[in-house]
Design a protein around this ligand. Sequence first.
Ligand SMILES: NC(=O)C1=CN([C@@H]2O[C@H](COP(=O)(O)OP(=O)(O)OC[C@H]3O[C@@H](n4cnc5c(N)ncnc54)[C@H](O)[C@@H]3O)[C@@H](O)[C@H]2O)C=CC1
Ligand SMILES: CC(=O)C(C)=O
Length: 240
Amino acid sequence: MQEIKGKYAVITGGTRGIGLATAHALAEEGVNVAVIGRNPDTLKDAVGELQNYGVQVVALNGDVSNKEDVDRMLGEVNDAFERIDILINNAGIMNHTSFLESSEEDLRKMMDVNVFGIYHMMHGILPMMKQQGQGDVINISSMSGLKGTKGSSLYSATKFAVIGMTEGVMQEMRQHNIRVSYLTPSAVLTDLIGETGLKEETMTHAEDMADIIVSQLKLNPRTFIKTSQMWATNPTPKDQ
Ligand SMILES: NC(=O)C1=CN([C@@H]2O[C@H](COP(=O)(O)OP(=O)(O)OC[C@H]3O[C@@H](n4cnc5c(N)ncnc54)[C@H](O)[C@@H]3O)[C@@H](O)[C@H]2O)C=CC1
Ligand SMILES: CC(=O)C(C)=O
């Protein structure tokens, strides 16, 4: 295992859900964190909580689907951090809808955030990691990136794309000692998933995802987990 204390991380969508839980878990390990969010108020709240760990915390306000926002935010983080060791591409949106009732706009919006957001972030940060000769990038896909289900067609299209893009970039970056990987969680208890009909205590929680991310980052840099699936052990309907 390697020590991650003192490293520098950027987390997209770091103001709630899996992103915020990951920011907490990393800060608790002594990692300096920059969190990206679109809402100045929730961003302020997140930063306030994270500062309690005594690490450097940077708030980046912007939309990852917008390249100008990403360029500005990376300028801000470069001013604050001496390097970027870790990029967690977590920001994502989900529109669960039947294919025939969906619109082109629905697909474009999700593609913009879930795919172009990751594209812009990796395009901005990987050149720095290449120069450093090390780095970690973890992109959050989904079980919906491995299989389509009723209502998931558009979301699945974006999450399959995340996996394809990640695998290609991984093959280009490993020779530079940069580990690029993706996670495919099943339902995680956050605002994004909404009501599932499952007992909350039997679902995967955002903190469990954060534990997995921290564990992967702590692996000796010569090794990484290329692909992994997170399932709840015994998801139980509320009426059972
Ligand atoms: N909750 C679940 O069941 C699962 C979630 N995922 C994926 O995990 C990731 C995180 O999901 P959750 O924490 O559940 O969602 P969430 O909705 O609780 O949090 C998403 C975060 O991303 C931010 N965000 C969204 N669009 C953004 C944009 N354009 N620019 C900057 N920030 C933006 C939001 O403000 C929020 O902070 C997403 O990529 C999601 O698709 C994958 C599998 C299961
Ligand atoms: C929300 C999501 O990505 C699931 C349930 O796979």
